[in-house]
Ligand binder design. Structure first.
Ligand SMILES: [Zn+2]
Length: 186
């Protein structure tokens, strides 16, 4: 005759009769599975599923801690990328702006040449054609240059703006991921 002990199911509370040497059992009412724990005279039921869940949570925590470290590195990379893109954009824009100023100066010199040509023609009847040609070339070249360099400056700014927005998206996504993992680690 087996020695039986009475225990209450730790899940549904139903009373269970168990052979004394049993290590594992499933509740006949709710199906919950238990490990029978003995410590001296005391006998208790430890739910197996809970134990597994704890292991899962442990694995999740470790995975999340690793993910947070990785995501933080990604954040640093993106922020560095942003700073580099901003510096490059500032440089391109400044170069284009300076080139545009030089083109403006050339256009002004062209205008002065034309003025000198016209004045010389009127006052001293000197060579009009050479000064006119130099003046025209200066004005046209200067204006074309101003337009082109202004477009370059705008392009540099727009390209940076696009990059900045894309990086912003990536950074907020990573920050959301980090927040989610912090929920698990906590
Ligand atoms: Zn039960």
């Amino acid at each position: 005759m087996l020695e039986m002990i009475k225990l209450a199911c730790a899940s549904c509370g139903a009373s269970l009769e168990v052979a004394k040497d049993v290590d594992h059992l499933a509740c006949g009412h709710c199906g919950a599975q238990f490990v029978v724990r003995r410590s001296g005279a005391a006998i208790s039921l430890a739910p197996i599923v809970e134990g597994l869940k704890r292991v899962e949570v442990g694995i999740d925590r470790t995975a999340s801690e690793l993910a947070i470290a990785r995501l933080n590195r990604e954040l640093v990379d993106y922020e560095r990328e942003g700073v580099a893109a901003e510096t490059a954009a500032r440089l391109s824009a400044a170069k284009a702006r300076n080139a545009s100023r030089v083109a403006g100066a050339i256009a002004i010199v062209g205008m002065l040449f034309m003025l000198a040509g016209v004045v010389g023609r009127v006052v001293a009847n000197s060579d009009y054609t050479t000064k006119l040609v130099i003046g025209l070339v200066g004005i046209v070249g200067g204006v074309v240059g101003i337009r082109q360099f202004n477009r370059d400056e705008t392009a540099a700014r727009q390209s940076y703006e696009t990059k900045r927005l894309a990086l912003y998206d990536k950074i907020s996504h990573v920050k959301q991921e980090i927040a989610k993992h912090h929920e698990i680690v906590r």
